[in-house]
Design a protein around this ligand. Structure first.
Ligand SMILES: CC(C)(COP(=O)(O)OP(=O)(O)OC[C@H]1O[C@@H](n2cnc3c(N)ncnc32)[C@H](O)[C@@H]1OP(=O)(O)O)[C@@H](O)C(=O)NCCC(=O)NCCS
Length: 229
């Protein structure tokens, strides 16, 4: 796969959410004071609209929020290398400045729109029509509500029906039963294990590779937008 060096090293060791760091000089685009009310500071531009969540374009404006999420080890350990990397708002801003196919997951609730996580495609290869998928609900209060699955379905619709990809793959640690169950429910199949992919507290853990092909994807939101052929 034509994957950047850093992504190559990481991609079979979990559900990696970091794009390779950009060259020096990435310019922060927006700022948000730590502790400020995210709802008031963000205008939610939604690209992919779901029932209970939508996907909004990711921008550097959300760097502080992402840094907060990825410094929570309950979130970062199952996610991947975020657990040991130094994640700062400024570092996150630099990464986001060059990030593509990257979305904020926004929950629709009584109070309005609440950012609850991030999902993205990376290692996108338009020759072989392949990509890797990463997802993380940084706000733990929203785990186990089916929202992760809904976000993945929207991202897959974008991957297969707008980017015209054919195969989307992900890596997940074998200890991450919640994620594996969620991925199976949306149609991912296990295609192999990378043994002893991660060493945590003296114990090795396998990474499970799962994939989904365009021909097995049944989502139709984007197809419905253009009507019958
Ligand atoms: C993984 C993640 C995206 C899943 O999103 P979610 O909205 O919580 O998941 P869903 O509610 O859609 O599905 C969770 C499934 O796991 C099941 N589950 C929950 N806890 C479980 C556990 N301890 N053991 C086994 N299954 C469990 C739920 O019953 C549900 O099963 P179902 O699909 O049969 O209904 C989200 O939990 C998350 O971001 N976690 C932290 C970071 C992470 O792990 N990222 C993925 C890295 S590969």
């Amino acid at each position: 796969m034509s994957t950047p060096v850093e992504g190559d090293a990481l991609e079979h060791r979990g559900c990696v959410l970091q794009q390779p760091a950009p060259a020096a000089g990435g310019t922060p685009q927006f700022g948000c004071e730590p502790g400020s009310d995210w709802r008031q500071s963000m205008s939610m531009i939604k690209k992919l609209i779901g029932t209970r969540i939508s996907l909004a374009p990711m921008t550097s404006e959300y760097a502080d929020l992402l840094a907060t999420w990825f410094n929570d080890l309950e979130v970062a350990i199952p996610t991947g290398d975020e657990a040991w990397q130094t994640i700062t708002p400024d570092g996150m801003r630099e990464r986001l400045a060059s990030s593509q196919h990257d979305f904020l997951i926004v929950a629709h609730d009584e109070a309005g729109d609440t950012p609850i996580g991030r999902c993205l495609l990376f290692a996108v290869n338009h020759i072989d029509r392949t990509a890797m998928l990463g997802i993380c609900l940084g706000d733990k209060r929203h785990w186990n509500r089916g929202l992760g699955g809904e976000a993945i379905e929207l991202l897959l619709d974008y991957a297969f029906n707008l980017l015209n990809l054919n195969s989307v793959m992900l890596g997940v640690f074998a200890f991450n039963a919640r994620a594996i169950s969620c991925y199976r429910r949306v149609g991912f199949r296990e295609i192999g294990h990378r043994r002893q992919a991660r060493l945590i507290a003296g114990k090795y853990h396998d990474a499970i590779l799962m994939d989904l092909l365009a021909e097995d994807f049944t989502g139709h939101r984007i197809r419905d937008l253009v009507g019958p052929a």
